[in-house]
Ligand binder design. Structure first.
Ligand SMILES: NC(=O)c1ccc[n+]([C@@H]2O[C@H](COP(=O)([O-])OP(=O)(O)OC[C@H]3O[C@@H](n4cnc5c(N)ncnc54)[C@H](OP(=O)(O)O)[C@@H]3O)[C@@H](O)[C@H]2O)c1
Length: 315
């Protein structure tokens, strides 16, 4: 046995796979979450990070913290979102850093997001929305606090895998229900990463001395357009790709109609310009540094994972 690590957010979409890999590598895992959930960990601590004080022995004997707990998957931010994200993503990180310092924890691997850099450059970020801003603030605290001698920030792109959530879950459900229109190929690349590959990247970051103090974007190196994702879903459903495309101009018109009706009703419609932008916008990020510096290699791709994702998406 190598020792004990702490994984916060262990019961979420990404956490269980990471815990399983850590255990397979010989680590014991202490998991943090709010709700009681069974999973691949040796000890569980139920705690509302950011709101409740950390129990005194949470970090006793911990070599490295993998901090995943936080608020994600929101498709639209409502009022009060800034404070909600700050508490969930930033406050929890500051509390853990303070405790890590006093307990002499070696490593701190923070799961941020590409939204912390948004459309900006890696070293000149332009965070997207309250989520991105809270993640960037937490990243800066991790890297500058000096609380743990081996801090690393990961900026995963959209994460895929069985039981998908958020964007991919919506898309799969819409295509399966038959109301997702065949979009033309718009060449809008979207970076993604399979959750098993992300877990591997996090473990490399914790282990390799040269990762210390670094911030890494993690992608599977193949940007997927909305059209490509649509085709992958159809293929996994055993359906043929339609021979016709809905012209993008028509979709833009429909979205503008959605904006107008939403304004009149004082409530957004399920389809408007913001939703269209999420569907057809590009979100392409460069994951080269972690490959070159740490030798990270992704093994999974979206097409080879889609059948499993479709099978595990609720109706
Ligand atoms: N999924 C993606 O596409 C993606 C992309 C980029 C970055 N990330 C980042 O990766 C991390 C993990 O993402 P995920 O997709 O696995 O998230 P998730 O499915 O929403 O899981 C969140 C986990 O955190 C726990 N949690 C949330 N708030 C907590 C709190 N206040 N105190 C204690 N535990 C709390 C949840 O358990 P309880 O509900 O029981 O508390 C759950 O275990 C997040 O920080 C996210 O921002 C995810």
């Amino acid at each position: 046995m190598k020792g004990m690590v702490l994984v916060t957010g262990a019961s979420g979409f990404i956490g269980p796979g990471l815990c399983r890999r850590l255990q397979a590598d010989g680590w014991r895992v202490r998991a943090v979450m709010r709700r009681r959930t069974a999973g691949p960990w040796d000890e569980a601590v139920h705690l509302d990070l950011g709101r409740e004080a950390l129990p005194p022995h949470l970090l006793a004997d911990i070599d490295c913290i993998f901090h995943l707990a936080g608020k994600a998957h929101a498709l639209a931010a409502g009022p009060g979102a800034e404070e909600e994200y700050r508490l969930a993503n930033c406050r929890s990180t500051l509390d853990l850093l303070a405790a890590a310092r006093s307990e002499g924890v070696r490593g701190f691997v923070y799961f941020s997001s590409v939204k912390a850099m948004g459309g900006g450059a890696a070293d000149a970020p332009a965070p997207e929305g309250p989520y991105g801003r809270s993640k960037l603030a937490a990243e800066r605290a991790v890297l500058t606090s000096g609380a743990a001698p081996h801090p690393v920030v990961l900026r995963p792109s959209l994460v895929y895998g069985p039981h998908p959530k958020g964007y991919l879950e919506l898309l799969i459900r819409a295509v399966r229900a038959g109301w997702f229109p065949p979009l033309p190929e718009l060449g809008n690349g979207r970076s993604m990463i399979h959750r098993d590959d992300l877990a591997q990247a996090a473990i490399l970051c914790a282990a390799l001395p040269r990762a210390r103090g670094r911030t890494y974007v993690v992608t599977d190196d193949t940007p997927y357009s909305t059209r490509r994702i649509y085709e992958c879903i159809l293929e996994a459903l055993g359906r043929r790709t339609p021979r016709w495309n809905l012209p993008i101009g028509l979709l833009r018109l429909a979205a503008l109609g959605g904006d107008g009706i939403g304004r009149l009703r004082g409530r957004r419609l399920p389809f408007d310009s913001e939703v269209l932008e999420k569907l057809i916008g590009a979100a392409c990020y460069d994951g080269t540094p972690i490959r070159q510096e740490l030798g990270f290699q992704s093994r999974r791709t979206l097409p080879d994972s889609m059948a499993e994702m479709v099978a595990t998406t609720r109706r």
